[in-house]
Write a protein that binds this ligand. Structure first.
Ligand code: HEC
Length: 699
């Protein structure tokens, strides 16, 4: 009998590999801790590795085992998947790579050939957060809205479906999830004007099984799973007026999708409103609820049918770009002596929520960063105690958190040993003013807000920069209390991994990759990844050896003060990398020099101060999102102060009017005339002149 079982086991193992990844196997992920088979390793997405060969005692000997150079630069944000010695990972432009997990040798590469003009619809660079592996296939969502199934052994395409209306500015950057024989995928694009939803496709055939829209259809039912909630959701919107009637209202589900086996629920993290500004999106009517369901909510649906189960709205009447798409962890906590199945969530709005998985009831909400929009959450009503001043209108409001969030998509992890949750948090203020001249511009940035241009004055800039701070936070979710924190300096740092070795791994914006003592926060190890290390690190085994993997890339910072934070420390943008570590690893990265890029002598434009300030306002409204605030590039897209086209009014105007549209530089012909383009050029030239003079003075 024993031998029979052993034989059965041996043949089961032989049939292993990606072909055998299915729900049962992911559900038993703890019995094969050497694999990382799904996005957060387990369905609960704790991002906790039970491996402990790398631990507090020996982590100082951790060294680079191998490094793989991906084919493109720009944001590498993926969480790699590792199954039986093979790593599946994605780079910018949704390119999928299969690598030997022990050596980094390339097994295959699949490039979905996303048209580069799609980059113009991506708010926050052209990254991708990873694949799902299931039933011998690898699933990837592409920036242009496709879901593609690949043969895990060869990378050959088995099916492909278009999951969005490609005429609209939808994008996919999130990782699909697989369960119940289905593949779940959401989408993004709320800054530009889309209506969010989650779709479930048959993993074998690619047939659409259900769709759940996160905002109601004001005109008619969709014939979708969300129809049962249409009336209830519609009652929280202005049914007759507002830009949402055109944009679709937003609520895109671009990251968290978590399958809960305990309660048989798919949890969806829902994004911000489109436009951001609620009074433009859905003007308030005296006496009528204007919460705008299901924006900024966690929604639970039936995984087989998409039928609504329950929801909790974290930011009612969202108006600050406070998405609730941030990663979700499922766990059980003992609260006031009672064991509760809960989900843990730290969305942009600065609260850390503990939510009951049985009925979406709010159990507690702690504050993890400075918040000025609300002062706590009323546990009886579940509603935030809002600060009325934060609801900006014609008057500017300065609010924390900013649209970057107190916490963004960078995944958090939870240690089963310490019970703590580890996450990057940040404090940055943002000015918001209602856009008095708002018109809905299909396909373009449509937030209904205006923001001040970054002041040119250097002392002011330095003060703004120093006011923005990032931390690694260890949070006790039971007591809603901080256990420890590490001050990381600049904000926008990477996701975390907790391990049974008593460690927390985290990458930083400036490229450092670190290990900390999970109990105390003491820093135990550091490596220079040479580029922003943003995604969730993972740990796995190959050939009996434990590895830790992280991704590094330039880019990943879309908009607003990108340039301020990054200040372009490296030279030309480099391709993304997968950097993998082991104890005693001795590999090294090719040297990357820190070159101060030079600003060429700018053209002498005889523009008036008024024209320059008009140009600054237009730049902030139309260009900043990609080219950086204060015309300081985040390091990947051209720094316009140094652009060749700055020298030539005609080339400049042609660029603004579509000459480079195929490369992702939008065509602004409809909205900016030649005079506008020239005013922006005058502003950029004035910024270039200052940079030029500063560089000369330094020489
Ligand atoms: C959606 C992102 C995006 C926005 C918004 C955007 N750009 Fe660009 N821009 C790009 C990309 C990508 C390129 C690089 C194109 C290429 O490689 O050919 C570029 C290139 C340029 C260049 C050429 C730089 C050179 O090297 O000579 C100019 C000039 C330019 N942009 C001006 C503007 C202006 C002015 C605005 C606002 C009116 C703007 N851009 C808004 C993405 C953007």
């Amino acid at each position: 009998m024993r031998t029979m079982q052993a034989l059965a086991l041996a043949s089961a193992l032989a049939a292993c590999g990606p072909a055998a990844v299915d729900e049962a196997r992911i559900a038993r992920a703890d019995s094969e801790p050497g694999n990382w088979m799904s996005h957060g390793r387990t369905y609960a997405e704790e991002r906790y590795s039970p491996l402990d060969d790398i631990n507090r005692e020996n982590v100082s000997q951790l060294g680079l085992a191998w490094s793989y150079e991906m084919r493109v630069p720009r944001a590498a944000e993926a969480t790699p998947i590792v199954v039986d010695g093979v790593m599946y990972v994605t780079s910018a432009w949704s390119i999928v790579y299969a690598l030997d997990a022990a050596t980094g040798a390339e097994l295959w590469v699949f490039d979905p050939e996303v048209p580069r003009e799609r980059g113009a619809s991506a708010c926050c660079d052209v990254g991708n957060r990873g694949v799902a592996v299931w039933g011998g296939r690898v699933y990837v969502g592409t920036l242009d809205g496709r879901l593609i199934a690949l043969d895990a052994r060869t990378g050959a395409k088995t099916w492909e479906v278009v999951t969005v209306d490609q005429a609209r500015p939808y994008t996919i950057t999130g990782a699909p999830r697989a369960a119940r024989g289905l593949v779940f995928i959401g989408n993004g694009g709320a800054e530009y004007g889309v209506r969010g939803y989650v779709s479930a496709y048959d993993a074998r055939s690619g047939d659409l099984r259900w769709r759940f829209y996160t905002t109601p259809n004001p005109r008619e039912p969709d014939g979708a799973a969300s129809d049962s909630m249409r009336d209830a959701a519609l009652a929280t919107w202005n049914p007759n007026a507002g830009a949402w009637l055109e944009s679709g209202g937003g609520g895109t589900a671009w990251d968290a999708l978590v399958y809960d086996r305990d309660t048989d629920t798919l949890w969806i993290g829902v994004g911000n409103g489109s436009p951001w500004n609620r009074e433009i999106r859905s003007p308030s009517i005296e006496g009528r609820n204007n919460d705008n369901l299901f924006l900024s909510s966690v929604v639970g649906v039936d995984p087989d049918t998409g039928a609504y189960k329950c929801h909790y709205q974290e930011t009612p009447g969202e108006t600050w770009d406070y998405t609730a798409t941030q990663p979700i962890i499922l766990t059980s906590l003992t609260i006031e002596g009672r064991e509760r199945r809960v989900l843990l969530h730290a969305p942009k709005n600065g609260f850390f929520y503990v939510i009951d998985r049985e009925d979406c009831g709010l159990i507690s909400a702690g504050s993890i960063a400075t918040q000025t929009w609300a002062n706590g959450v009323d546990l009886n009503t579940g509603r935030p105690n809002e600060n009325a001043e934060a609801r900006f209108a014609a008057d500017t409001a300065i609010v924390l958190p900013s649209p970057f969030g107190a916490h963004n998509w960078h995944p958090m992890s939870m240690s089963r040993d310490t019970g703590l949750v580890y996450l990057p948090v940040q404090e940055m203020a943002q000015d918001y003013t209602s856009d008095p001249a708002f018109v809905y511009r299909p396909g373009r940035w449509n937030t209904g807000t205006v923001h001040a241009a970054l002041p040119t004055d250097r002392a002011t800039r330095a003060a703004v920069r120093n006011s923005m701070r990032g931390f690694l936070l260890a949070w006790d979710p039971v007591n809603q209390r901080e256990a420890w924190r590490v001050d990381l300096g600049p904000p926008w740092n990477g996701g975390t991994l907790a391990t049974a070795g008593g460690l927390v791994f985290q990458g930083m914006l400036d490229g450092r990759f670190r290990a900390y003592d999970a109990a105390t926060g003491a820093q135990l190890w550091e490596f220079d990844n040479q580029a922003a290390t943003m995604g969730g690190p993972i740990s796995y085994q190959a050939g009996g050896v434990q590895y830790v993997a992280s991704l590094a890339s330039d880019g990943s910072l879309g908009f607003l003060p990108s340039g301020l934070i990054v200040a372009n420390p490296r030279a030309e943008p480099a391709n993304g990398r997968v950097n993998v570590f082991r104890i005693g690893g001795t590999a090294s990265l090719p040297a990357r020099e820190l070159v101060a890029l030079e600003t060429p002598r700018p053209p002498q434009l005889r523009a008036s101060a008024r024209t320059i300030s008009q140009g600054a306002a237009l730049y902030t409204q139309f260009c900043m999102v990609c080219h950086g605030s204060g015309v300081i590039s985040g390091g990947v897209l051209p720094d316009l102060r140094r652009a060749g086209s700055l020298q030539d009014a005609i080339v400049w105007r042609q660029t603004v009017h579509g000459a480079r549209a195929a490369n992702g530089m939008p065509d602004f012909t409809q909205w900016l005339d030649a005079g506008d383009a020239e005013a922006i050029r005058a502003y950029v030239a004035s910024e270039a002149a200052i940079a030029y003079a500063e560089e000369r003075a330094r020489r």
